[in-house]
Design a protein around this ligand. Structure first.
Ligand code: NAD
Ligand code: UD1
Length: 338
């Protein structure tokens, strides 16, 4: 009998790649997603890659009655909680939305899990919880000081999880702080397909390369970094997905709470990303230097040694592979999932 895992936000960017790796590791997968930032079409693509169908439910995590039905219907061995909203500018404008979808949704999920005796959870957190206070590279015990509503909503869930474990040692919890996941599944069948406004670097690079945008706006070239542009720890989304499977296996055997950075452990600048992308797509990417983006830090990257020591996990796929896979996804699916 395969163990069954609930993946919240399983139709999203991280969730969909994680479903593929869970299926490859011989788990059964059930997805819950409200499709606010994804499309049901991704679920057929996941099944096509894995050669096995997954069961899915459309609905909001804050819908307690729906969760009750789901947990009564299925016996879950654990939950990967990837659902959430993640746009920094939108969060500043609509904080209630961010606390509702990130905090309230997590509270409802944890409550229903507890009622049904499901105590294994891996939570999608973010390097954004560190904020400006931490020294580089960010270590898991670095101080947390997020300077945005989004970052605070993630930190609050982390704090809630700590309180839960303190009060009840039957919980097994993994907090994964992702740095900058990019790229796509090498099949070119699934990738990042955000609705509405796009903020992150890689989707913009793809749009310029395919001719949907005339140039990449580089936000600031006067940072104290080797070429003046921002430095981030980019890692391949399939490495992130593999990290979830390893984290799930680890927490299944050990109770308590563990927090792990998922990053490469080194940074690349915006211009290094542009050059790598040009190499794989064969097109020139015009850039235009513009003002710094509000809230951006000059540089950050992970100390990823704890995940290596504890999970035996390392981000294995390099920069060119990240760009080549993102480009394959973009060129095979210029309009995303239809
Ligand atoms: P995504 O938007 O592609 O996926 C999130 C999914 O959750 C979407 O399919 C969306 O429809 C769903 N969703 C949102 N609110 C929901 C709700 N209330 N009920 C049910 N479904 C809901 O985002 P992603 O990039 O896959 O990110 C997944 C998680 O990882 C998020 O929690 C995000 O904050 C976190 N994270 C992402 C990154 C990144 O760069 N992608 C970095 C750090 C952390
Ligand atoms: C952003 C979020 C962060 C989130 C992360 C992954 C902000 C301030 N931070 O981080 O909370 O966890 O995404 O989803 O939004 N850049 C350009 N031009 C562009 C886009 C980006 O020059 O069109 C630069 C940025 O200034 C930065 C780098 O590229 O130096 C990476 O940007 P991005 O992909 O948005 O990631 P983060 O800034 O790390």
């Amino acid at each position: 009998m395969r163990r069954k895992i609930l993946v919240t936000g399983g139709a999203g960017y991280i969730g969909s790649h994680t479903c593929v790796e869970l299926l490859a590791a011989d788990y059964d997968v059930v997805v819950i997603d409200n499709f606010s930032n994804s499309k049901p079409a991704v679920l057929d693509r996941i099944a096509a890659i894995a050669g096995r169908a997954i069961s899915w439910h459309e609905g909001d995590l804050r819908d307690r009655a729906l969760l009750q039905r789901l947990f009564s219907q299925h016996h879950f061995a654990g939950v990967l909680h990837c659902a959430g909203v993640k746009s920094i500018p939108e969060a500043q404008q609509f904080p209630l939305k961010y606390y509702q979808h990130n905090l309230e949704a997590s509270l409802t999920l944890l409550d229903v899990m507890s009622q049904h005796g499901v105590h294994k959870l891996v939570f999608s957190s973010s390097a954004t919880v560190y904020g400006e206070a931490a020294r580089l590279p960010y270590r898991e015990e670095s101080p947390l000081a997020p300077n945005t509503v989004y970052g605070r909503s993630k930190m609050m869930v982390e704090e809630l999880l700590h309180d839960l474990v303190q009060a009840d040692d039957s919980w097994h919890i993994g907090i994964l702080r992702y740095f900058n996941p990019v790229g796509a599944h090498p099949s070119g069948l699934i990738g990042e397909d955000p609705n509405g406004q796009v903020n992150n670097l890689m989707p913009h690079l793809c749009r310029v390369a395919i001719g949907r945008q005339d140039a990449l706006s580089v936000f600031g070239h006067d940072y104290p970094t080797p070429d003046g542009t921002g430095v981030r720890d980019y890692l391949h989304v399939v490495d992130v997905a593999e990290g979830h499977v390893k984290a799930l296996q680890h927490i299944s055997a050990e109770n308590g709470l563990i927090t792990l950075n998922l990053g490469m452990g080194r940074g690349y600048s915006v211009l290094e990303m542009v050059r790598a992308f040009e190499q794989v797509c064969g097109n020139h990417i015009p850039v235009r230097f513009v003002a710094r983006r509000q809230g951006d830090l000059a540089s950050y990257y992970a100390d990823a040694s704890r995940a290596a020591d504890i999970l035996g996990w390392r981000a294995k796929r390099g920069l060119l592979e990240m760009c080549a896979d993102a480009w394959r996804w973009q060129s095979n699916n210029p309009d995303g999932y239809l």
